[in-house]
Design a protein around this ligand. Sequence first.
Ligand code: HEM
Ligand SMILES: *[C@@H]1O[C@H](CO)[C@@H](O)[C@H](O)[C@H]1NC(C)=O
Ligand SMILES: *[C@@H]1O[C@H](CO)[C@@H](O)[C@H](O)[C@H]1NC(C)=O
Ligand SMILES: *[C@@H]1O[C@H](CO)[C@@H](O)[C@H](O)[C@H]1NC(C)=O
Ligand SMILES: *[C@@H]1O[C@H](CO)[C@@H](O)[C@H](O)[C@H]1NC(C)=O
Ligand SMILES: *[C@@H]1O[C@H](CO)[C@@H](O)[C@H](O)[C@H]1NC(C)=O
Ligand SMILES: *[C@@H]1O[C@H](CO)[C@@H](O)[C@H](O)[C@H]1NC(C)=O
Ligand SMILES: CC(=O)N[C@H]1CO[C@H](CO)[C@@H](O)[C@@H]1O
Length: 387
Amino acid sequence: MACAFMLLVVSSLLLSSCFLVSEAQSSHDPLVSGLSWTFYQSSCPELESIIRKHLKKIFKEDIGQAAGLLRLHFHDCFVQGCDGSVLLDGSASGPSEQEATPNLTLRPEAFEIINDLRARVHKQCRRVVSCADITTIAAREAVYLSGGPYYDVPLGRRDGLSFATRNTTLANIPAPTSNTSFLLSSLATKNFDATNVVALSGAHTIGRGHCTSFTQRLYPTQDSTMDKTFANNLKGVCPTSNSTNTTMLDIRTPNKFDNKYYVDLMNRQGLFTSDQDLYTDKRTRDIVKSFAVNQTLFFEKFISSMIKMGQLSVLTGTHGEIRANCSVRNSDNVYLSAVVEEEEETWKLKTKPPQSSIPYTMKYVLPLKNMRGTAKTAYLPVLQRSG
Ligand code: HEM
Ligand SMILES: *[C@@H]1O[C@H](CO)[C@@H](O)[C@H](O)[C@H]1NC(C)=O
Ligand SMILES: *[C@@H]1O[C@H](CO)[C@@H](O)[C@H](O)[C@H]1NC(C)=O
Ligand SMILES: *[C@@H]1O[C@H](CO)[C@@H](O)[C@H](O)[C@H]1NC(C)=O
Ligand SMILES: *[C@@H]1O[C@H](CO)[C@@H](O)[C@H](O)[C@H]1NC(C)=O
Ligand SMILES: *[C@@H]1O[C@H](CO)[C@@H](O)[C@H](O)[C@H]1NC(C)=O
Ligand SMILES: *[C@@H]1O[C@H](CO)[C@@H](O)[C@H](O)[C@H]1NC(C)=O
Ligand SMILES: CC(=O)N[C@H]1CO[C@H](CO)[C@@H](O)[C@@H]1O
């Protein structure tokens, strides 16, 4: 029915999404409804190459940015779903609330890179690709271009309308001081098992940590599960517990996405408690070992865990919106009115009418979830002028 309608409007353009949607990549679990492996195949076929081309250039200058982008996707997905809320100016983990603890852990450049990618993508394809999807693809590129595996990511996420509050962020991003018991039960609420937890933690094969994320393992007393030489070197980098220095998460191959992180853990050279305890705890120790000796196995489990993470509470279909600026909701975007004419075309192509009986010149009214604890409503732009 919906396909028939759209075929009338745009003929062959949407053929593929009507008939080929999620032709089950058989190695994966089924996708949540609304996501597909071929989502932008006709509306933005150059999407992934635009992103790769730009990120290649950025990573060539500073490979650390790959780690920043990978972590950004993690924060987005863990805090009220992969809906780009982490990107909103004013979200607790974004640049605005600088006093929030998790703020320290996200690189300001990562936000800029996502917005820059969005501008490039929208210039080519118009406003059809969400910030949440751009973040997802950027994270995949971060893994791949750092030497890790390539994997397809399902797409079709839409951008959320609600901010991630400071409390929601703190409640959903585990602290580096967490032990395995805490991680297992915390991630189980998102349906991750022990293998998922160990595999996802393997993202710490790239990137850096600030002293404040691990000095509780050094001062006042040294964590007995930490290698002595490693601890002494860390004390040099962090002479006081409040030092603003950083150090690499994986001392063996700090910039390469590989399985050496697990070798670090087996040598008691994991940086955070949350890392090292995966080797101490009996429930996860053998998983750590299996990844340390078999990188193929790690990559396999990492990919399936990332694809699972990338589907946490996503908005699809007509929910949410496609932001014109990843840092602000469209309703708050003072520049958007200037581009609305152009965008309406895009809406016509990509959006099916809510119900055939309702004239769809009507505004959508969607509930805003969870913003400062109270339900609010926000208006999406008018879909289409009559006729
Ligand atoms: C399992 C629980 C996790 C904990 C407790 C945790 C904690 C942390 C902490 C504290 C940092 C360092 C922040 C800083 O001091 O600058 C960090 C960095 C990082 N995390 Fe995690 N993380 C977890 C899971 C993940 C996941 C699931 C991913 C991605 C799939 C991820 C990717 C990264 C990356 C790439 C960095 C380096 C960031 C950079 O260099 O800017 N982490 N993590
Ligand atoms: C956030 O959490 C703190 C401490 O748990 C609590 O005192 C505060 O009221 C919460 N704020 C909101 C907006 O829920
Ligand atoms: C793990 O951490 C939790 C929460 O901080 C704590 O209550 C628990 O005792 C710890 N478990 C172990 C085995 O250390
Ligand atoms: C930063 O680390 C260096 C060693 O890498 C150390 O000499 C210096 O004192 C540290 N600075 C601070 C502020 O901790
Ligand atoms: C760290 O704390 C010490 C005292 O505990 C203080 O003298 C020093 O200025 C602080 N350094 C930073 C970088 O905050
Ligand atoms: C490593 O893991 C892969 C993927 O599960 C498996 O096919 C392979 O047999 C394993 N290799 C060894 C040496 O165990
Ligand atoms: C996006 O929004 C932010 C926050 O309002 C603003 O600072 C920035 O200039 C905007 N970017 C563009 C390209 O309009
Ligand atoms: C990513 C981010 O917003 N970082 C900020 C965290 O807060 C400090 C100040 O406390 C800022 O300097 C950082 O830019």
